[in-house]
Design a protein around this ligand. Structure first.
Ligand code: NAD
Length: 284
């Protein structure tokens, strides 16, 4: 049974993964590269826990200090020898991810499982870096992690049935709903979502409709809770652009060509919610 989880990368996703796990009683070692990143993660966890308490009955019974006590915040790998499962959430950059897996293979036990949290990076390619590629699996968590049940689980070329079964059981233990898919660029979620968002940006660029009307059509017409352009703002226009470029490069298919308006907005610094402006305006 898994008791201690190593979470690498304490940004938007990693800090929420750590919070979610700690709420379910797991011991978590949360690692980032600088003291500053670790301090920001602690702040984010405090804020997100307060919000979680307002909406999740389970969290209402928990005390912030007990949750924080279960998380070791660190910039070193000192405690990784004792973790049974690693969830890696570092920046979506192949060279960086590659370096981290080389480091992890040197500090973790040979039986450790590795979950790659990624938008588009190949799980098979990560597995090929490791001494036990059968222990590597993809776990594409949804943002914000404690609020979203779905986890898209990706079976790499070398991922064993045992690792898939263990990963599914682990996810269910903290009330996630795993959906297992095969490893292909963008999996299901991002292959379809990125294309949808990009096409909506083309519709705005072509003057077919204003952003608020594009989103209204999806909300009222198709029952989506959030329109594609508000989703784009939430994820970040830079992340959407990078994902489209990875998909374009992987499939060599022009349908993934990023809309010039998206490129222009990223160049202008309109990155969505995190920058205060994207297709919609936000208080910074
Ligand atoms: P982020 O930029 O918020 O956080 C990344 C963190 O990784 C930063 O704190 C950075 O300092 C840290 N980091 C970089 N190199 C590191 C290293 N060598 N060791 C330890 N930490 C390191 O990014 P994010 O939005 O949290 O995304 C993380 C991963 O999750 C990406 O692969 C992304 O594609 C994926 N993802 C993101 C979302 C989303 O909505 N943001 C959704 C699903 C999946």
């Amino acid at each position: 049974m898994i008791q201690t989880v190593g979470v690498v990368g304490a940004g938007v996703m990693g800090s929420d993964v750590a919070l979610d796990l700690a709420c379910y009683g797991y011991e978590v070692v949360l690692k980032d590269i600088s003291e500053d990143a670790v301090r920001r993660a602690k702040e984010k966890i405090r804020t997100d826990f307060r919000l979680l308490k307002m909406v999740k009955p389970r969290a209402k019974q928990l005390a912030l200090e007990d949750v924080l006590d279960r998380i070791t915040f660190t910039t070193s790998y000192d405690d990784f020898g004792r973790v049974e499962f690693v969830i890696e959430n570092i920046t979506e950059d192949w060279e960086r991810k590659k370096a981290v897996y080389t480091e992890l293979s040197e500090v973790c036990g040979i039986d450790t499982y590795y979950a790659v949290n990624t938008s588009c990076i190949s799980i098979t390619k990560v597995g090929a870096l490791m001494p036990r590629p059968d222990k590597v699996i993809g776990m594409h968590f949804m943002n914000p992690v404690p609020m979203k049940e779905l986890v898209e689980v990706i079976r790499g070329e070398h991922t064993s049935d045992e690792t898939v079964a263990c990963g599914e059981q682990f996810l269910r233990s903290f009330d996630k709903v795993p959906v297992v898919v095969n490893d292909f660029p963008g999996f299901v979620t991002n292959r379809v979502l990125m294309l949808t968002i990009n096409e909506c940006v083309w519709a705005v660029q072509d003057g077919v409709a204003e952003p608020q009307d594009v989103d209204k059509i999806f909300r009222l017409g198709f029952g989506h809770k959030m329109g594609p352009l508000a989703t784009c703002d939430l994820i970040g226009l830079d992340t959407i652009l990078n994902s489209l470029l990875v998909l374009y490069d992987s499939y060599k298919d022009p349908k993934f060509r990023p809309c010039p308006l998206l490129v222009k907005m990223v160049d202008a610094g309109y990155l969505g919610k995190k920058s205060g402006k994207g297709f919609f305006d936000y208080d910074k």
